[in-house]
Every structure is written in structure tokens, then in C-alpha cells.
Design a protein around this ligand. Sequence first.
Ligand code: 4NP
Length: 153
Amino acid sequence: MQRLLFVCLGNICRSPTAEAVFAELLRRAGRMDEFQLDSAGTGDWHAGEPPDLRTQAAARALGYPMRHRARQVSRQDFERFDLVLAMDRQNHRDLLALADPVHHPKIQLFRSLDDPGSPADVPDPYYGGEEGFVEVVRIVERVGGRWLEKLGR
Ligand code: 4NP
């Protein structure tokens, strides 16, 4: 069993989208029993809330329904999870600052598997228009598929 945690800032846009898309990729690949998934935020402002309505709408329209309640990442998460994927470089820095150095190797940047020359960050859609939420889905579909390939049996 591989335990995988997606982390962004608020846990209401990017990381729940990544979790929902990865879950669907697992279903399609018949590999659901190999993974446990969750997502969390480095901040706590939205703890207990469902994903942003714009996030839910974009993901649902593209075939990725989600059920999640936001929560803040904790130091215990670095014990519980095998891999912690940061949606942007600030999230990555914040996670490294929070975690004991022994856990640093399991904290990785989500887009590190994207095409060479691609931006390093999954852009934060929160203050932008609806197209930004669709772009998040498209990025996590592409890059999530690469993580699934990399995390073979
Ligand atoms: P997320 O997006 O990190 O992808 O969930 C954000 C959600 C909320 C805020 C910022 C980003 N906020 O400032 O409240």
C-alpha cells in the first residue's frame, strides 16, 4: 500500500483536485487497492470546508467528482504518508520547514515530473477566473498520470 498526500495552500482548490483526479486514474487502471490518498493545506483558514464551488464545478464537468473536507497538514502526516506532493514551490518550502529532515526525501514537487521547461507550480486559481480551475484539472491529469506510472508496483 502506498500512502500519498497532496498539499496546497488552502486545501480547497488544487490539492483536492489532484486527489480526485488521481483517484479516477487509479480506478481506470484498476489499481485502487494499491493506494491510500488524502489532501491537506499548509494553511488552516478553510479547515472543515468542502472544496471551492468553482473547483467542484470544473472537476465534476471533466469527470472527477470529489468529496473532501479541508484540513491543515500536520507533522504526523510525515509519519503516515510515504509521499507528500506539493502543488507549488511555496508549499514545498513550507512543508520542508515543518517536517523533520529525516522526512525531507518524501516531500516532492508535484510538477517535477512535468515536461522539461514547464512551470514548476500548479498555478493557484483562487483569485482568477473559471478557466484557471479547468487548467488545474488539465495539469493534474497529465502530471498525475506520470506519478502513477512512476509509482509502479
Ligand atoms: P488552494 O487555493 O491552495 O489551491 O486550495 C487557495 C485557496 C484559498 C486561498 C488561497 C489559495 N486563500 O487565500 O484563502
